[in-house]
Design a protein around this ligand. Structure first.
Ligand SMILES: *[C@@H]1O[C@H](CO)[C@@H](O)[C@H](O)[C@H]1NC(C)=O
Ligand SMILES: *[C@@H]1O[C@H](CO)[C@@H](O)[C@H](O)[C@H]1NC(C)=O
Ligand SMILES: *[C@@H]1O[C@H](CO)[C@@H](O)[C@H](O)[C@H]1NC(C)=O
Length: 300
């Protein structure tokens, strides 16, 4: 290609028309190929730029406060969360900074040796493994087993109007690997066995403890995303082009909690609370904390 200009000059001097024409043709083809290559390369670079990034990685430096865990023995620290009301019916409240980085680390460490295959509740109230509806691992945390856990349980109770912390079931840490999920379901019970252990599960908190993943949202299938109402929550809701085809999808952001009522004002089971835990995808991993509150004191 380097010789083309030399040949062009040579042809020009000799004024050989056919030779000049072929060379120009060749130059043109070369340039076209080059432009075509650059266009493709440009497109490839654009694609690389658009690869999904982890939407939330555990980064304690992002969080503005923390507590020294050895001081919980003396007194529970003042809470530092703030809230947003997302939906009135069903009532869904988003709580930012419900847990501190120290607390999340502590809960994950406490749960670590206790993970078992997660179960669902059969119609007769017995627990069972069901790969079609729920695939994840669960670790049960023994109630008030340390001053730290007790303070966290009290914080969940205080949020609900200072109810008795014994209405809350022992906390559960759940772990979802890349392709694990919890298909659409309700948290309330229909069987006597479970209802006899303290009444209905009236509320749920789902708190993210760690999320190194591109997906892994919690979706409320029946509460449709509405741009007018929800676009101001894009900091923690999925607001992509397809958002309006889905229910509200909360992104996994460690430390933050989704709180909702499973029953309506008349204490009837609310079908609008249908929700799902979506898989973290790729090499993702996510941990969450389930907090369920009963109508009365829970006895398991
Ligand atoms: C936490 O508190 C304990 C006792 O009050 C103290 O000994 C320790 O140095 C503190 N740790 C940090 C990281 O501040
Ligand atoms: C979204 O919400 C606005 C405000 O409440 C309402 O006027 C509108 O009809 C809603 N859009 C849809 C598609 O439901
Ligand atoms: C999650 O973290 C692990 C270990 O730090 C890493 O190997 C993996 O690629 C991460 N996954 C994502 C989706 O970032």
């Amino acid at each position: 290609m380097r010789y083309i200009p030399v040949l062009l000059v040579f042809c020009a001097v000799l004024n050989i028309y056919q030779c000049r024409y072929s060379l120009l043709q060749l130059t043109d083809t070369c340039l076209n190929t080059f432009i075509w290559f650059l266009t493709d390369f440009h497109r490839y670079i654009q694609q690389l730029k658009e690869l999904p990034k982890p939407i939330s990685t555990y980064d304690p430096s992002n969080m503005h406060f923390n507590y020294n865990l050895s001081e919980y023995q003396r007194e529970c620290p003042e809470h530092r969360y703030n809230i947003e009301i997302i939906s009135r019916r069903p009532l869904i409240i988003y709580i930012k900074n419900f847990l501190t980085p120290n607390e999340m680390q502590y809960l994950l460490k406490l749960a670590d040796p206790h993970f078992q295959y997660s179960k669902v509740i059969n119609n007769d109230g017995s627990p069972a493994v069901d790969d079609n509806s729920r695939v994840s691992s669960t670790a049960f945390l023994q109630r008030s087993q340390s001053p730290i856990l007790e303070c966290i349980e009290k914080r969940f109770a205080a949020f609900q109007g200072n109810i008795n912390p014994l209405q809350i079931e022992p906390l559960q840490v759940v772990k979802y690997q890349s392709n694990q999920f919890f298909n659409p379901h309700f948290d309330w019970f229909t069987d006597e066995n479970n209802l006899n252990k303290g009444g209905q599960r009236i509320t749920t908190f789902f708190t993210y403890l760690s999320a190194n993943c591109t997906k892994g949202e919690t979706e409320f299938i029946e509460v449709k995303y509405n741009h007018t109402l929800h676009s101001r929550f894009c900091q923690f809701l999925m607001c992509d082009d397809e958002a309006e085809q889905y229910g509200l999808r909360f992104r996994p952001i460690p430390g933050n909690s989704i709180f909702w009522f499973n029953v309506d004002e008349n204490e009837n089971n609310d079908r609008l609370t249908l929700h799902a835990g979506r898989p973290p995808s790729e090499n993702g991993l996510k941990f969450g904390l389930n907090t369920w509150t009963r109508q009365a004191i829970f006895h398991g």
